[in-house]
Ligand binder design. Structure first.
Ligand code: C2E
Ligand code: CA
Ligand code: CA
Ligand code: CA
Length: 280
């Protein structure tokens, strides 16, 4: 419709996208066995005391040619390839083992650090999750109370009754459940009633605008109030400035996570910057 040259441009772009997807898919198939996945860790900090309370594990793909690839670039392809169960199993086990190792170093200090693992909406949560969590806990020796699972609202839509049952079994083990990206999905409020949710993670989109706009401030305050009124713990993600941190803290948010406190980083760097100082 726009004329020949633009049509050609469009098809070239589409072609490039298809080629890139194919390229990613080809490499992904061997990424697990070649140990090219890596977990980065980002701290979560007590809003009042500023103390480290735990971390979120975030996957990266160390591509042999292209360097570090972000999850948004390859997880959708992994989903299409049916690889999410295998990836989740690896993430769970790796995060639990790493946290247990740090926990053992912290033994003399009475500090306990939690680790949060993201679950993807497409993955076969209903059938495999319980067994995966059980075996990660058994193999790592991590206390179940130190494991947290982050689930997005959109993951709760399909077969909610079946999923609620699985999540109740996981919760009965002592594992914590958080609702991730709270406020961005569908029918959020319903899920808090029907699922054993302990933590609401307020999406970073509600945090980033508050310095500019009074309505954004009121919305964020309302979300924090909602969590507190419901007796679930509130976590604000994407906290990048002191003003944002102060606002969240003053409105009763319990944990803060974001670049202001800690960027996601490899385990060795996280240990050096955030765990080792606790040992002194
Ligand atoms: P998410 O769970 O909402 O994770 C938060 C994202 O925000 C992360 O992006 C994190 O690096 C980024 N972030 C943290 N602090 C800040 C900040 O202060 N400002 C801004 N602008 N961003 C911040 P990342 O690591 O690229 O992960 C993107 C998404 O990929 C995650 O969103 C999660 O949905 C998914 N993901 C990551 N790791 C895994 C995994 O192991 N398994 C599954 N299923 N999904 C994962
Ligand atoms: Ca998350
Ligand atoms: Ca999130
Ligand atoms: Ca997100």
């Amino acid at each position: 419709q726009l004329g020949r040259s633009q049509l050609q441009f469009y098809s070239e772009a589409l072609d490039a996208a298809v080629r890139q997807r194919h390229y990613i898919a080809t490499g992904l198939r061997s990424a697990l066995e070649q140990q090219q996945f890596q977990l980065f860790y980002q701290g979560k900090f007590n809003a009042g005391s500023g103390e480290l309370e735990g971390m979120e594990a975030l996957i990266r793909w160390q591509h042999p040619q292209d360097g570090l690839i972000a999850p948004d670039c390859f997880l959708p392809v992994a989903e299409a390839l049916g690889m999410m169960d295998a990836i989740c199993e690896w993430v769970l086990l790796t995060a639990c083992k790493q946290t247990q190792q740090w926990q053992q170093l912290l033994q003399g200090t009475a500090r306990k650090l939690t680790v949060a693992v993201n679950l993807s909406a497409s993955q076969n949560l209903r059938d495999k999750l319980l067994a995966q969590v059980q075996s990660a806990i058994a193999e790592s020796g991590l206390a179940p109370a130190l494991l947290e699972l982050e689930i997005t609202e959109n993951a709760l839509i399909e077969e909610p009754a079946k999923l609620a049952k699985v999540l109740e079994q996981v919760a009965a083990m002592g594992v914590t459940l958080s609702l991730d990206d709270f406020g961005t999905g569908f029918s959020s409020l319903e899920h808090i009633k029907d699922f054993p949710i302990n933590i609401l993670k307020i999406d970073k989109s509600f945090v980033c605008g508050i310095e500019q706009d009074e309505r954004s401030r009121r919305l964020l305050a309302a979300l924090i109030n909602f969590a507190n009124g419901f007796d679930v713990m509130s976590v604000a993600e994407g906290v990048e400035t002191e003003a944002q941190a102060n606002f969240c803290r003053d409105h009763g948010c319990y944990l803060l996570q974001g670049y202001l406190y800690c960027k996601p980083m490899p385990a060795a760097a996280f240990y050096q910057q955030h765990i080792e100082p606790l040992l002194k």
